[in-house]
Design a protein around this ligand. Structure first.
Ligand code: GDP
Length: 297
């Protein structure tokens, strides 16, 4: 079996292609960006993975459901209630379903499994933990939740540090531990190393197993810039260069193979470095990169 570690943009882009050439895999998903909004538990990364695997993700934005409307969101706004993030009407149904299950005492893993079944997904989508864990960004404007930093403040504040609140006491979910243990190889998708993959590999039960497995990591950086998003700011704040070499340093002891963009290759004692076209502009690109990954596994 193959298990992916995923955030909510880069890896779902890859998974949308991978599922076309290889059906059997599991995905362990970051939950440190989850928040309660308007009474519902929103798991942005789990939702994006589910929508990508169900083939219904909005491929323009890489979040939410294709063709969704925002009537409830705008009605709330006109009532004087700003949700702080755009929530589509169909997307909200997922959040309501999940939150009802959680309120009934169901685990996040079980609620996610039910959602996957309802969306006809063959793969296992597994939250990294059942505990509530939250990424806090420490900035020149104060400490804030990742969602406030990225969605509300558009990633503008200067980043001083990043903390994953609660991760030290959190236990990896049983399903996540089982998935890594039963996998012959692990793929760390092209996700934000600090805020998407960081929380997963900080869970000691997972980290321990990863060290013994063949792990292939795909770079979210091209040269000295991330393809998109705030990963560069976070890497710099933690003292890593925001490039494939910094990534090798960040994944030291875990990654055996690093897939970087053409021209980004370098010598490393830690892992082997493979060059490929890692930019995903279309489903065809995702399938092409997936074939390269399958060969490396
Ligand atoms: P988040 O949860 O929304 O932050 O999503 P992820 O962590 O899964 O994805 C964000 C990362 O994906 C960013 O660091 C991007 O650089 C990376 N990314 C986005 N698109 C691509 C792509 O086409 N190719 C690669 N290699 N990385 C990408």
């Amino acid at each position: 079996m193959i298990t992916f570690l995923s955030g909510g943009t880069g890896t779902p882009k890859l998974l949308a292609g991978f599922r076309e050439i290889h059906e059997e895999f599991s995905v362990i998903v970051n939950t440190a960006e989850d928040v309660w909004v308007s009474g519902n538990r929103i798991c942005p990364d789990i939702d994006s993975v589910i929508y990508a695997l169900a083939g219904i993700i909005d491929e323009e934005r890489w979040w939410g459901v294709r063709g969704d409307t925002f009537k409830t969101h705008f009605r709330l706004k006109s009532l004087g209630f700003d949700e702080g993030m755009m929530i589509g009407d169909l997307d909200r149904a997922t959040h309501i379903f999940r939150s009802e299950m959680l309120r009934k005492g169901m685990s996040l893993s079980k609620a996610t499994e039910m959602l996957c079944r309802a969306f006809g997904i063959k793969q296992k989508v597994i939250p990294m933990t059942e505990s509530e864990v939250a990424t806090k960004v420490i900035t020149d404007k104060g400490e804030m939740h990742f969602q406030e930093f990225w969605v509300k403040r558009k990633g503008e504040p200067e980043v001083i540090d990043v903390k994953i609140q609660g991760v030290e006491d959190a236990k990896a979910s049983d399903g996540a531990v089982r998935a890594v243990e039963n996998s012959s190889a692990i793929v760390i998708g092209p996700s934000n190393p600090v805020t998407s993959i960081g929380p997963i590999i900080k869970l000691s039960e997972i980290r321990k197993v990863l060290k013994e497995k063949r792990v292939v990591a795909i770079s979210p950086f091209i040269g000295d810039e991330p393809v998109s998003g705030p990963a560069g700011k976070f890497m710099k704040a933690l003292g890593y260069p925001p490039n494939p070499e910094g990534l090798a340093e960040y994944y030291r002891g875990i990654a055996d193979v690093l897939v970087v963009h053409y021209g980004d290759g370098f010598e490393s004692d830690e892992c082997s470095v493979v060059e490929a076209d890692i930019i995903i502009r279309s489903r065809k690109d995702a399938v092409r990169l997936s074939k390269t990954i399958l060969e490396l596994l």
